[in-house]
Structure formats: C-alpha cells, structure tokens
Write a protein that binds this ligand. Structure first.
Ligand code: ATP
Ligand code: MG
Length: 183
C-alpha cells in the first residue's frame, strides 16, 4: 500500500516518515530512503539512505518487501518524479510499499497521487487542501489549513479518517476520529 505525506515546511512530515521507517526496521524489513538531505533517518542493518535517484532504483529492484521512502522536501518540483512513478506503479510487484513526502500535492504527479491509498496531511494552503479533498473524496481535508504544527489528518481511500498528533520520538497519537464525509 502506498502513502503520501504532504504539508508545509517544518509541519512534521519527515519526522512522521522516520517513525514509519523505524517501525519497518524493528520488524526486520528493509528500508530504502531517497532524500537530498539524509538527516534523521534510522541507520543500521537493512537501511539504506541515498540522494542518488539511480542508485535508489537499482537497490529497490534488488530487494523485496521494503519500505521505499522518497522525500522531496523543498527540492524543485519533479526532482524525483521518475522514481515516484516507478515506485507507485511497479514496485508493488516486488512487495514494496511506498511512502512519498512532498510539501505540496502539485509537486507530485496526479497519477502518482492517485496510486496512493493513504494520505497524511499536515497544514497546507487552502487551494492545495481542496485538491486533496476532491482526490481522496474526503471533505474533511479542507480543514487542514487550520491544523497546528505537528498535527495531521489521516485518510484512507477505503477506511476511516482521523486527526493525529505526531511525536518526535515514539508513535503518533490519535486525537480524534472524524466523520469522513462530514464538515
Ligand atoms: N511532534 C513534534 N513535536 C515537537 N517537535 C517536532 C514534532 N515533529 C517534528 N518536530 C520537529 O519540528 C521540526 C520540523 O519537523 P520536520 O523536519 O519533520 O518537518 P518537515 O515537514 O519534514 O519540513 P520540510 O518540509 O522543511 O522538510 C524538526 O526540528 C522536528 O524535530
Ligand atoms: Mg522534511
């Protein structure tokens, strides 16, 4: 299953992504991270961080059942577009799950967004929030501009929606259950 994390700078996206990476490591599963900065990720056996898109793709094709993290952070739009396309359309056949991180939804191609079943949305400009509300069919996402730093809305295309608080160390905490179609 693929997941997209969006939100303004310093909202908490990479911190949340690092939590999921640590969970995979704890479960003994491989984690591959493509990110231009490389700070804050777990290290050790089974974890690979690189800023090189080609090396990332090469390694992703050589393993199975990994968490593939692509964190664009504040890079130019489309920096890792090719990797995001491959990760969301092909990597499922290798048993991988993708975790894509971008400040704004338009930084990610529409067909890549459509391949993501789950969305974790931190605070966002109203126009961007509207795009997500339409694409995930969840009007509650229009409320994301009101979120405080480190809080995020979680929406699953086939599941429920919730309000969560991320924690710098440890698991995120569910604050509220939201009516998926309400608000
Ligand atoms: N729940 C939290 N409580 C307190 N501090 C937090 C929490 N989550 C993240 N932080 C801190 O907030 C700062 C920004 O978080 P983070 O780097 O995850 O943001 P980001 O959304 O990835 O930003 P950018 O788009 O610039 O990469 C970091 O210093 C991080 O340690
Ligand atoms: Mg970040």
């Amino acid at each position: 299953m693929h997941t997209l994390i969006c939100g303004q700078t310093e909202s908490g996206k990479s911190t949340l992504a690092a939590y999921f990476a640590r969970s995979y490591v704890a479960a003994g599963r491989p984690v591959l991270i493509l990110d231009p900065i490389g700070v804050g990720w777990p290290s050790g056996r089974g974890v690979l961080w690189t800023a090189d898109p080609d090396y990332f793709s090469y390694q992703a094709k050589r393993c199975r059942g990994a968490l593939l993290v692509v964190d664009e952070a504040g890079e130019a739009v489309g920096t890792f577009q090719r990797q995001m396309q491959w990760v969301t359309t092909r990597s499922r056949h290798l048993g991988h799950s993708a975790l894509l991180v971008a400040q704004r939804p338009p930084m990610v191609a529409p067909n890549v967004r459509n391949q993501c079943r789950r969305l974790y949305l931190f605070t966002l400009a109203p126009e961007d929030a509207k795009v997500c509300a339409v694409e995930w069919n969840a009007p509650v996402l229009r409320e994301s501009p009101r979120l405080e730093q480190h809080f995020f809305l979680s929406v699953d295309r086939y599941g429920d929606a919730g309000l969560w608080e991320s924690r710098p160390a440890g698991a995120p905490v569910r604050v509220d259950t939201l009516p998926r179609m309400g608000l």
